[in-house]
Design a protein around this ligand. Structure first.
Ligand code: SF4
Length: 462
């Protein structure tokens, strides 16, 4: 019997580590002892394990992932006994190997003998071991769901997306019933169905998949312990591939929310048509991913958010938008600034989203309060000192309104100077004295120590 440790680095994530759950099932079938830990845990490091698996997620979690690998490297006999897989490991595998000397597994575990030359089992086909989730204190919001796939990969090759590298082959159908019934038999029934498909609408077996979902008890209005069930294709549906008959089928299921992506301004017309279809067919809730910081402009970003708010008003839809900041696929940090963006605006959006919990309300009043009534007001809000953006209500009569009065009185030239100064980084007292124009100097004084003020407020809250 081998001793196996499964590790997920200490980032905050919503979805349980499906890869580790399947690796756990694989080793338990072989009679091995398996433990799961989140983050760096001294008592787990003090032991010598036969193998340690470390999961990885986005490439911008580079630091925490490498720190975790290095932390556990001394708890195995040789560095190669630490195996790292997942998104970051697939996209930056050579860098991980060079930095740590561990074994890197790229892509899916979808062939036999990938973890052991003698084992015929395909790890990806196994029923994930939900029991490991009880071994840690961290709670994943999506734990009470059957998690699975009805397809794998995506036939498209969008340049900003990692899927073509992570899952290069499009598989049109994987039997859902086997996954759901397997989880139910081993770990009991679950309320929701979480499907990690990248592009289910591209499948030639789409109808069969929808019927599978209905047969499994996830029809619209279905309840579990008196609560409405939900089907969630959490990676989104391709609005270009939807038609009325497909939408009718989707609407028969308990899909909630139905997710689309509005990645570029060029997709707007297709997106609007898809939303109209969804509303016609009675889909109750829509969630829309909105990419920004790619080749778009701040104006295009605002317009795409605004489009969903307008659709809510016009069609009675209930669309919540989820802004997604683009980070290149090989970036190890989150500092990338798109060619038409600047650091200050990106930070401003981050501050707005901090106060809206990362989402954009379907309600017009809330949307306009958070993002402004038009593009100019959006730029104004995103350019405010950070502590004013995050705690806008609290500062309304205490600084923010003075800032706003000064801002409104700036000439267009002074505004350009202000944006120029703000994009350079932190505003320092000494630098302000050199800026021409009292009004601009008064305005800039509001930015001195803004990051510290945000930190102080956070600490005071704890
Ligand atoms: S359609 Fe979606 S999943 Fe497919 S490549 Fe484009 S962004 Fe990625």
């Amino acid at each position: 019997m081998k001793r196996i440790l499964l590790v997920e680095p200490e980032y905050r994530n919503k979805y349980p580590p499906l890869g580790l759950m399947k690796i756990s099932a694989y080793h338990k079938l072989r009679g091995d002892h398996v433990e799961f830990v989140k983050g760096c845990c001294r008592s787990h490091r003090e032991y010598t394990w036969d193998r340690i698996y470390v999961a990885s997620l986005f490439t911008f979690y580079w630091n925490v992932t490498i720190r975790t690998i290095v932390y556990y490297r001394q708890a195995v006999r040789a560095p190669q006994d630490v195996w790292v897989g997942g998104v970051l490991a697939t996209l930056l595998g050579s860098d991980v190997a060079a930095e740590t000397g561990v074994t890197v597994v790229r892509g899916l575990l979808d062939k036999p003998r990938m973890l052991d030359p003698t084992s015929p089992q395909v790890v990806d086909y196994l029923i994930p071991d939900y029991s490991i989730l009880d071994e840690i204190e961290y709670r994943y919001p999506a734990e009470n769901a059957y998690i699975g796939y009805a397809t794998r990969g995506c036939p498209n090759r969008c340049p900003f997306c990692a899927v073509p590298t992570l899952e290069p082959t499009f598989c049109h159908y994987t039997p859902l019933a086997r996954q759901v019934q397997g989880i139910e038999q081993l770990y009991g029934p679950k309320k929701d169905l979480l499907l990690l498909d990248n592009n289910v609408l591209a499948s030639r077996d789409f109808r069969r998949i929808m019927h599978d979902i209905l047969d499994l008890g996830f029809e619209r209005g279905a309840k579990f312990n008196n609560q409405l069930r939900a089907v969630d294709f959490n990676q989104g549906l391709d609005a270009r591939k939807v038609d009325r008959s497909k939408m009718k089928l989707l609407a028969r299921t308990a899909i909630r929310p139905l997710r689309f992506a509005l990645d570029t301004a060029g997709m707007l017309k297709t997106y609007v048509n898809a939303v109209k279809l969804a509303c016609d067919c009675g889909v109750p809730e829509i969630g829309t991913y909105v990419l920004f910081n790619y080749r778009d402009t701040p104006k295009s970003f605002y317009d795409r958010l605004r489009a969903s708010v307008d659709l809510n008003q016009r069609l009675g839809a209930k669309i919540t938008s989820f802004p997604m900041r683009y980070v290149p696929l090989d970036e190890k940090h989150r500092t990338y600034v798109g060619p038409r963006w600047n650091r200050r605006l990106l930070r401003g959006i981050q501050c707005i989203l901090l106060s809206t919990h990362g989402m954009v309300s379907p309600n017009k009043t809330f949307f306009e309060a958070a993002f402004g009534r038009d593009h100019d007001e959006f730029i104004q809000i995103a350019s405010m000192p950070e502590h004013y953006i995050i705690h806008r209500r609290r500062h309304e009569n205490n600084g923010a309104s003075d800032w706003e009065k000064l801002y409104r009185r700036l000439t267009p030239g002074q505004r350009e100077s202000l944006y120029g100064i703000l994009t350079e980084g932190k505003v320092k007292k000494r630098a302000i004295a050199k800026v021409p124009g009292q009004r601009l100097r008064d305005l800039l004084a509001h930015y001195v120590g803004e990051a510290e003020k945000v930190r102080e407020k956070k600490e005071a809250k704890r």
